[in-house]
Write a protein that binds this ligand. Sequence first.
Ligand SMILES: [Zn+2]
Length: 299
Amino acid sequence: MKNNKNILAIDIGGTKIASGIVELGKDSYQIYDYQKIETPKSKEGVIQKLIELIVYYEKNSGFDRVGVATLGRIDRKRGIVIKAANIKGWENVNLKKIIKEAAGKNVEIDNDVKCFALAENKFGKSKKYQDAIYLAIGTGIGGAIKVGGELYRGADNIAGEFGHMIITSGGKKCGCGNRGCWQQYASGKAIEKLYYEFYGNKKKAKDIATDSIKGIKQDKKVIKKSASYLAIGLVNIINTVNPEIIIVGGSVVKQKEILDLAVKEVIKKALIPGRKTKIVRSDLGDEATLIGAAMLEEK
Ligand SMILES: [Zn+2]
């Protein structure tokens, strides 16, 4: 039987790399030695950090296998990152090979939101639902789809890339090369950009969210606008997929306000199916992706 105790899980995001030793139980999980560091800006920098983490965990806790969640389009079988919009040069990286060589253990790799969905499906609010959508709204917007109880991956394992739904023709430029993608309007980065466009100075998305709740008008205006963009994407999803539940995680929804505002708009805009779809925040929070990485099975 597979050992579910000492799994080194790593979650490579656009701004942070999280890691920890995960123990998986039937209905519960534990994370030991959790760490969070800034994501280096270059591909080489990220690889260097990953190797340092492996050396650290090998020395301090030891582990039996490795599960890695990363942003981007992933060839799961070969363990290759094909392309990612949020880390420079994070494409055609044979991550499985690199980590396997450093760790000397079995390694499984998948897209970060797919991992988030796996964990939510087992331990989170969508457990009892057959059809669910998962959204991770942070630096960008990632998504995953569960249909009939199973993760739906599509032909190239990229089903659920809702962040690249084009919501406005000729709109803002996206890292994917297109214009008008949803993530250019409703992600953390988009909130910061909008603030800059409105007022000409820089402010962190989390500070904008906090000040909006405090009632500061300037910030509230930005959050309201971003929430209306968030709603557009949610309505598109509801009207095309008609899920029972949409689970939303990621740094942007850490503060409830923006999602609450978006949901109010969704109720106004969505067609009949929207009335049935629940939109809720993830309970598992940041840890979900890490847990999902630990859950990855051999392909
Ligand atoms: Zn895009």
